[in-house]
Structure formats: structure tokens, C-alpha cells
Design a protein around this ligand. Sequence first.
Ligand code: ATP
Ligand code: MG
Length: 279
Amino acid sequence: MYTIAVINQKGGVGKTVTSVNLATALKHKGHDPLVIDYDPQMNATDWLMGREATDDDATIFDSLATWDGDATDEWSFANVLRTSESVGIDFIPSDRRMAAASFDSVIGRSPVFPQQFRCRVQEFRTAEVQRNSSSTMKHDYCLVDCPPSLGRSIATALAGADGIIVPIHADRFSMRGVSQLQDTIKQIRKVHNDSLRILGLLPNDLDLRSGLVSDMQEKFEDVYSDILFETAIPWRSKVNEVATHGTNIMEYDGAADAASYYLNLADEVVERSRVATAA
Ligand SMILES: Nc1ncnc2c1ncn2[C@@H]1O[C@H](COP(=O)(O)OP(=O)(O)OP(=O)(O)O)[C@@H](O)[C@H]1O
Ligand SMILES: [Mg+2]
């Protein structure tokens, strides 16, 4: 399972729509993605669960807070994940306590804090391989929808990820944000996870009629040509509608054009992750 953290410290750039719509595109192409909602805002959870979460719902927080090295415990990812009825993909819900996790060690034993997500991912991979009694896992991609921050909870997500997707707006602030993000990634690689790679920057929510947006896109292409995805997602009302109605963009009436961008992105993600894994 190739684990991708969808991050940007900036809010509202499309981390959640990218996580969920890319997952549905991967599913459409025959893959079996898992979405993990790592954000205490719970936007992906609301979308995928199709209702407000309650205290009885097991979440990513339960899974991380209880990790003690026992792969068979009741809070393992395998036991916490559920299938979205409305979207048809597997996911692990978030809860509001994930906000506290970024400030202190509420989540538990602070010395191992950054390792908990990594260990849960690892034990999940192992458990799936054992269950299938072959070298294959049921889930081949995991998309982690992260909160808008570069704080401690992002560090834990990145410690357990293989690749990173960064949705960006075509503006000057996003340009500066990417270089801050690269510094954070360098630190994480040094301390926790030296195999972490940026899979790609994804221009999102573009108003293609604006000259300013084309100028900024050209700037991004100059500076980040090596990591920019070829796919760029324009502003599309259908993207907003599927998020609002909590549904699947591949099946949503009139959304074929919007869905086609995510299908192209899925092809790029599969190819880049294949190359990264082979390297
Ligand atoms: N390509 C697009 N076309 C139209 N609307 C979009 C597009 N991308 C994102 N949006 C809308 O912009 C808003 C923000 O998107 P989203 O929630 O995915 O951002 P985010 O980065 O996850 O936000 P946060 O940082 O708060 O978690 C949502 O209302 C979403 O529907
Ligand atoms: Mg979000």
C-alpha cells in the first residue's frame, strides 16, 4: 500500500476534494484505495460517512492513542476502517480530538508519538498480506487528508507516508508556501522517514480565464517543473457540488468533465508512485 499525505499549510486549497476525488478515480480504474481523515475539521469524514459522526464511531485518534505494538488489537486500522455507502470507498474517520494531538502529547507516550501512525500503517500492511495469504494487499493506495497546518500532527502523518501531494492555488502566497513546506519535508526526512518523496504539486481551483492565473502557472512551471503534475484542476461547480452532497464524482450527473481531470491525475499518481517505489 502506497501511502500519500495530501498536505498544504494553507486552508481551502483543495486537500479534501483531492483526497476523496482522487480515491474515487483510483477506484474507478480498478484500484482499492483507503482514505484516512487526519483533520479534526472532519470534512472527509462528513463526506464519506454521509452523516454527522458520533462519539461511538471509532476514529483515527482511537487508533493512534491506543497503539502499543499489538497488531491484533481492536483499534487497528483493519478494525477501525469502514466503507462509505455514498461514495463506495473505504475510509477511517477523524474526530475533534485530533486537534489536541497537534499541540501536546494527549495522544500518549510522547517519545514514540511520531512513530504511531507509521507503525499502524506498517501493521495494517502486514495484516492484509497475511489475511490474503499472498504478497498482495487489499488496499493499494492510502490517501491521508491532512489539516491546514505544518504542526506536529502533520509530522506524524508524514512520518508514516511514502509520498506527498500538495494541492496549490496559482498565487504568490502559494509559491512561498511551497518553499516552507519543502523545508519541513527535509526535516522529516532527516529525523523520521528518509524515503518520503513529493509525488507532485497539483494546481487546483484554477480560473482559466484569468491572465494572472496563467502567469502564475508559468512561474510554477519554471520553478517546480520537476514536481508539478501535468494535470491541473480548473474551477468546476461539480467539484463543489459533490463535496457538498457527499457523493462520488465518477457517478455524479453532469460531472464527466470534472471527473476526467481526476482520472488523469490518477494515471499520473500510479505512474509516479511506481517509479518512486522502484527507485
Ligand atoms: N477545483 C475546484 N472547483 C470548484 N470548487 C473547488 C475546487 N477545489 C476545491 N473547491 C471547493 O473549495 C473549498 C475548499 O476545498 P477543500 O475543502 O478541499 O480544501 P482544503 O484544503 O481541504 O481545506 P482545509 O484546509 O480547510 O481542510 C470547498 O468548498 C471545495 O468544494
Ligand atoms: Mg480539508
